[in-house]
Design a protein around this ligand. Structure first.
Ligand code: ADP
Ligand code: MG
Length: 264
């Protein structure tokens, strides 16, 4: 056996939940190209609680949408659970999304005509082998986990913002996804509620090793992450890793690019 360097606790490539490889995304807006992401490389280890941090417009949503197969890269590739998603049909992508990825949104995105329990049940209906009994059981289990067992019959407009986001968390977890992607999950909540939502996500991460990637521009929310990816102008600027004694170590630091000449 070769001696184990400290970094060898990182799983190898094949074990990564998501790999983003040389990914760029350029939007076409009228006759202009808007570069939203520029050559991003990022691997998400199973079980991490990873924050994508960056100002508005830095590319956080674009990156989460690519990782969640909601959108496709202009160049580069996305590998989820060792499956290259390039070239998959939209049906195959929909199936991969339904089984592998849980989404939590800034605006909760609950269906207003459905109760809390029906919202949690909804994505389970897309997975054929989950029968009615199993659905019932999961709905009850996950509503309980987020502290809403007594609100199962409430509609979203009968719930507070924090409660709505809890329903969204239960909905994201119910399919047993490999990864939960949360795009600014606390941005529409007051600070105290936002922090409690993040703490709930972290508790679930710690207890069940659910992999979370969430975006935020709130430094108080970033504090809870054990991986911090700073993104600016569509580029990763810094990668921080939380050590056991809760310090944040920065692994890579890259100054902003000065000109297009340096882009190679
Ligand atoms: P963030 O989530 O960090 O605020 P986004 O990923 O939403 O950033 O946006 C990154 C950049 O891409 C911004 O300049 C934004 O204006 C642009 N952008 C995002 N979506 C589109 C789109 N559908 N069409 C054109 N430009 C877009
Ligand atoms: Mg965004």
């Amino acid at each position: 056996m070769t001696p184990t360097p400290p970094t060898a606790t990182r799983p190898d490539r094949a074990q990564m939940v998501v790999r983003v490889e040389n990914v760029s995304k350029t939007y076409r807006l009228g006759d202009q190209d808007v570069p939203a992401l520029k050559n991003i490389n990022l691997s998400v280890e199973p079980g991490v609680f990873l924050a994508l941090a960056g100002p508005s417009g830095s590319g956080k949503t674009t990156l989460l949408n690519l990782m969640g197969c909601i959108d496709t890269p202009t160049t580069g590739r996305i590998v989820i659970n060792n499956q290259d998603v390039t070239g998959k049909t939209s049906d195959e992508l929909a199936d991969l999304r339904a089984r592998t990825i849980g989404f939590i949104f800034q605006t909760f995105n609950l269906l207003p005509v459905l109760s809390a329990e029906e919202n949690v049940e909804y994505p389970l209906l897309q997975i054929r082998e989950i029968d009615r009994r199993e659905r019932r059981e999961r709905v009850a289990r996950y509503l309980e986990m987020v502290g809403l067992a007594n609100f199962a019959r409430h509609r979203p407009n009968q719930l507070s913002g924090g409660q709505r986001q809890r329903v969204a968390i239960a909905r994201a977890l119910a399919t047993h996804p490999a990864i939960v992607l949360a795009d600014e999950p606390t941005a529409n909540l007051d600070h105290v509620t936002g922090k409690s939502i993040l703490r709930l996500m972290k508790a679930i991460n710690r207890e069940f090793r659910t992999t979370f990637v969430f975006s935020t521009h709130d430094p108080r929310v970033m504090e809870l992450a054990d991986r911090l990816v700073h993104i600016e102008d569509g580029e990763i600027r810094r990668l921080g890793v939380r050590t056991r004694d809760q310090r944040l170590l920065y692994a890579a630091e890259r100054p902003p690019r000065r000109s297009h000449d340096e882009e190679r």
